[in-house]
Design a protein around this ligand. Structure first.
Ligand code: GLC
Length: 495
């Protein structure tokens, strides 16, 4: 009984330590969901940990940044370098749009992608059904700027409805599927009206002065999203809306936005042309959830309840965040296909996954398919690194939750959410191939009967108390010299 109690006390302590500090949501960027179906799904989504993002469209033919070169803003990613006369905007735009006439990814084989992603341990996929340029990678009936239009050579291919094929292949392999959907649409005459030249990424007219035109755009957007969730594409788990500047903006919002920009970029250029672009997201989300109850909606960078999780972009937050989140990160090159892309090393990529998981997040790793419908060898090689590591260590990834203090020196930590196991990840330095003889964790106190193993060896290891609330594990030489995996070695503690 005494032992049991002791165990319980330890468990209470540990599970208390597992939970992140309560936050006051009035100060948090996150507004929690109340729909219980969504909450349940969000909880399960947090168990998946590792997903695949793909940016693909006719822009891939030029090997340029997705969409942005047709946006008249002066950023490096908007620079026009292709076509016959990149200095002439109208010529450029025409040629960019004409990429539809040559888009023909005859090697498109989503089963192969799904297989490689599955082996790597990925559990969900998010695909660009429509990026900001407005080109639809699905068979929408609301525009002919789409892959299935007869003027696009790929329309004759049996796999022409690319979104549908990707969803089908990945779903068949047990993946959750998600649709990336850009709210801004730089092809739609209801967003960039031909009456005016486009000025920047925003709608090129004032929606408040032209409510009928704006309503056409709202309807267009809602109709397309409802096509994607309406049944033809099967069960969709996540709707990932990009283009956060398309949102309802009050005067108060504009003031806050301005202050934030000044804060982020003191003395620098502040982007101020903020137009109210009320896309009626609440209405859209309720229509979507009538079709697909519980679907996760991520209205990126838009404060409010339609952003079920937050999406730090191309970065890992410095510490654990007290709400659901996912870092979307480029694996090599840019978001879209980049000729000659250099991919992350196995060391960096695997340690990044562990770092994110230890902070309670998910990793959404991006790969950009080529114009012929292939992935670079570099992408496959990287996924093989994940596959080898996950084969040994995946139990320390799925279904875990952040465990304070998340990291101690080069050791990350998590626990299974039911408290049945705790994991301590030794992040090896580059070139470090031998496990140290002792590994000490100072911030976790195991109960008396706790068992410690190193994943991939199955052997119980000796451990002893260390300091006031720590423990030290002894690693025998035969394990030290033959580590079961590369880059990160995982101690498992069973209380
Ligand atoms: C950035 C890019 C956009 C891309 C997104 C993915 O916002 O500008 O093109 O789709 O990242 O997270």
């Amino acid at each position: 009984m005494k032992r049991l109690l002791q165990k319980q006390v330890v468990l209470i302590f540990i599970s208390f330590a597992t939970f992140l500090p309560a936050v006051s949501y009035s100060q948090s960027p996150y507004v929690p969901e109340t729909d219980t179906n969504v909450l349940k799904k969000l909880e399960n989504w947090q168990d998946l940990k590792f997903g695949l993002l793909m940016h693909w469209g006719p822009y891939s033919e030029w090997g340029i940044v997705e969409s942005w070169s047709i946006c008249p803003e002066e950023y490096p990613w908007c620079k026009r370098v292709m076509g016959s006369d990149p200095d002439n905007y109208n010529t450029y735009l025409k040629e960019y749009e004409n990429l539809k006439l040559t888009f023909n990814p005859v090697k498109f084989n989503p089963d192969k992608w799904a297989e490689a992603a599955k082996e790597a341990g990925m559990k969900y996929v998010i695909f660009t059904t429509k990026h900001h340029d407005g080109f639809c990678m699905f068979d929408t009936k609301y525009t002919d700027y789409k892959v299935t239009d007869k003027a696009c050579p790929f329309s004759k291919n049996p796999k022409a409805n690319i979104t549908k094929e990707i969803f089908k292949s990945f779903r068949n392999k047990g993946f959750w599927v998600g649709a990336y959907f850009s709210k801004p649409d730089w092809h739609s005459p209801y967003y960039w009206s031909p009456e005016f030249p486009p000025k920047d990424r925003n709608v090129n007219y004032d929606p408040e002065k032209n409510p009928a035109l704006w309503k056409k755009f709202v309807d267009y957007t809602h109709n397309q999203v409802l096509e994607l969730v309406g049944g033809e594409y099967g069960k969709v788990d996540i709707l990932w809306f990009d283009g956060g500047w398309v949102q309802k903006k009050s005067k108060e919002y504009q003031k806050r936005y301005y202050a934030e920009q000044v804060d982020k970029n003191p003395g620098g250029y502040v982007y101020t042309r903020e137009v109210n672009q009320d896309i009626k997201m609440d209405e859209l989300v309720s229509k979507v959830r009538e079709k697909q109850p519980g679907i996760i909606v991520v209205d990126r960078a838009v404060y409010g309840k339609n952003q079920n999780y937050l999406t730090p972009e191309n970065k890992v937050p410095p510490k654990a965040l007290p709400y659901p989140w996912e870092s979307c990160i480029i694996s090599g090159g840019g978001w879209s296909y980049t000729p000659g892309a250099k991919y992350k090393s196995g060391h960096d990529a695997i340690q990044m996954l562990v770092d994110i998981v230890a902070k309670g997040g998910n990793l959404l790793l991006n790969i950009g398919p080529s114009p012929t419908g292939e992935w670079d060898k570099g992408a496959y090689d990287l996924l093989k690194e994940y596959a080898a590591w996950m084969k040994v260590n995946s139990e320390a990834i799925y279904g875990t939750r952040a465990l304070a203090p998340f990291k101690e020196g080069n050791i990350c930590m998590t626990g299974k959410k039911d408290g049945s196991a705790y994991y301590f990840y030794y992040m090896a330095k580059k070139g470090e191939n031998v496990i140290p003889p002792e590994i000490t964790i100072n911030s976790f106190k195991p109960g008396k009967g706790a068992k410690v193993t190193l994943l991939g060896t199955g052997k119980e290891l000796n451990w002893e108390k260390s300091g006031k609330k720590g423990f030290k594990v002894h690693i025998p030489d035969e394990i030290r010299n033959n580590p079961p995996a590369k880059y990160v070695w995982v101690l498992k503690l069973t209380p």
